[in-house]
Design a protein around this ligand. Structure first.
Ligand code: PAF
Length: 263
């Protein structure tokens, strides 16, 4: 694996996985997916200031460079790109607007966040010129928004990786205590319960009932939406997806799952 600091050293037409570091096995599965698509696998690590509303959150974002390099290397990355701020944002930045989908759910909770995400993703694509870009389903709203700015880059979606306890892997899990982790199980339990129902209405009822059985997880939203535009789903929605966000103490967690019910 080559570690490079300039995009001029990258192979174009690669399979690309953009990250902000703090890599875990969820990222490893994205790298492996990329390796199944191309012999050139580029991963970037860039903690994008534009997607943080709060400078304190940016400063607190976990940085684990040695482990990241090790994980990338054993997971099939051929080029690990560590750009600096000047390469990504030379001069004045004009953010791309994420549009209506960027201001609901995660976007409502984190104003401006998705403008920052689509801006950096477009910029990364312009510099890397990949054939494929791989994104995890864990951040499903991000995935739907990235499709809007993909141009001729083929966006490949990769399933969420879960621990044995059902919890979706996330760099935020590092901030959960053992008992918080126990409480966090309710999120995937609610999603699995929803996914086993035969209608959207039943799925919603089941999901909310499971969440209500647990006090430690403070629900911010728990809905079933159309996975393309995140409009509230009904029985005619072709691709309904359950989405959940909430808090365990000071840690905000999100998760989602495709519903088996199909119109
Ligand atoms: O999902 C992430 O890690 C980030 O939002 C991304 C896509 C790398 C953009 O900074």
């Amino acid at each position: 694996m080559k570690i490079v600091t300039s995009s001029t050293e990258l192979p174009s037409g690669c399979a690309f996985v953009p990250t902000m570091g703090a890599l875990h096995l969820g990222h490893a599965s994205l790298f492996q997916k990329a390796a199944s698509l191309s012999s050139e696998v580029v991963a970037s690590i860039f903690v994008n200031p534009l997607q943080f509303e709060d400078q304190e959150d940016l400063a607190k974002y976990p940085r684990t460079p040695d482990r990241d390099i090790e994980l990338a290397e054993i997971s099939g990355v051929t080029h690990l790109w560590l750009p600096n701020q000047a390469e990504i944002y030379p001069g004045q930045v004009t953010p791309i607007k994420a549009g209506p989908l960027g201001s609901i759910y995660e976007g409502a909770s984190r104003p401006g966040h998705f403008d920052g995400v689509v801006t950096v993703v477009r910029r990364l694509f312009d510099l890397v010129k990949p054939k494929y870009a791989i994104f995890g389903e864990k951040d499903f709203q991000q995935l739907s928004l990235v499709r809007q700015v993909a141009g001729d880059v083929e966006i490949v979606q990769s399933p969420t990786v879960r621990g044995d306890n059902g919890i979706a892997l996330s760099s935020r899990n590092m901030r959960l205590s053992e008992s918080d982790m126990e409480s966090a199980r309710v999120i995937s339990e609610a999603l699995y319960s929803a996914a086993s129902q035969v209608s959207v209405a039943e799925a919603l009822r089941a999901m909310r009932a499971v969440l209500a059985s647990q006090d430690a997880f403070k629900v911010e939203y728990a809905d079933i939406v159309d996975e393309v535009n995140f409009a509230i789903a009904d029985e005619m929605t072709p691709n309904p997806r359950a989405i959940i966000a909430g808090w365990i103490n000071s840690v905000r967690l999100i998760d989602n799952m495709a519903m088996r019910v199909r119109a």
